[in-house]
Design a protein around this ligand. Structure first.
Ligand SMILES: Nc1ncnc2c1ncn2[C@@H]1O[C@H](COP(=O)(O)OP(=O)(O)OP(=O)(O)O)[C@@H](O)[C@H]1O
Length: 193
């Protein structure tokens, strides 16, 4: 196993710049170049009704889905859902799908975590699971939001300050080159393990 701090690749950039798309493409090309890699984790995708975004779902790397947040959850009436903007966050649903994916296993090669955001962090078990992964020295590919306030949420600040962190800031003109860079760095890293 590699010595020193585990590698943590962080993708950031403004909403809609293509963080999820980039992570999916890197994941797919890694998988295609080496089908025996053991990859674990999840993506966050928006749910649309026509042109309107009505929520988010989490999707595991092998395609299982669960709701993360929605504008349309209403029952039970008396339940006070945690919210991010207009979305009600279904912490139990997120946890039931995502937390098992974040369990460290002996043979895992890479964890994919899209994203470390406010909704996901409502789960009090989510960030501790990430810290455990970092302690395990297994590489991580994660996306983190750019804060509206200019100040990172504490969990994101902690990831960015991790000694093994490499931060890629996406914009519309660099996303293809960042994808190539990230893919080749990960191929090198995974070949060493
Ligand atoms: N490299 C690309 N070329 C063309 N279109 C792209 C590319 N990357 C992303 N897109 C398009 O931009 C839109 C937003 O992409 P994506 O969901 O990946 O962004 P995001 O940064 O993850 O967004 P969010 O901040 O909401 O999580 C999608 O419709 C996607 O198809």
């Amino acid at each position: 196993m590699a010595a020193g701090p585990g590698k943590c690749f962080l993708v950031t950039g403004p909403p809609g710049v293509g963080k999820t798309t980039l992570i999916i493409r890197v994941f797919e090309s890694l998988k295609a170049s080496n089908p025996s890699l053991k990859l674990q984790g999840f993506f966050t995708r928006e749910i649309r009704q026509g042109s309107e975004r009505v929520g988010f779902e989490v999707v595991t790397l092998d395609g299982r889905k669960a709701p993360l947040a929605s504008t349309t959850i209403s029952s039970p009436e008396s339940f006070r859902w945690p919210t991010v903007g207009k979305y009600k966050v279904d912490i139990a649903s997120f946890e039931s799908l995502a937390l098992p994916e974040l369990q460290v296993r002996e043979d895992t090669n890479l964890f994919v975590i899209d994203e470390v955001g406010k909704m996901e962090l409502y789960s009090s078990s989510f960030f501790p699971a990430i810290l455990k992964i970092l302690e395990s020295n297994i590489p991580v590919l994660a996306s983190v939001p750019i804060p509206k306030s200019g100040r990172d949420i504490p969990a994101v600040a902690r990831l960015k300050n991790h000694p093994g962190a490499t931060i890629f800031t996406l914009n519309a003109s660099n996303r293809d080159s960042v994808k190539e860079q990230m893919h080749s760095q990960l191929v090198d890293l995974l070949a060493k393990r």
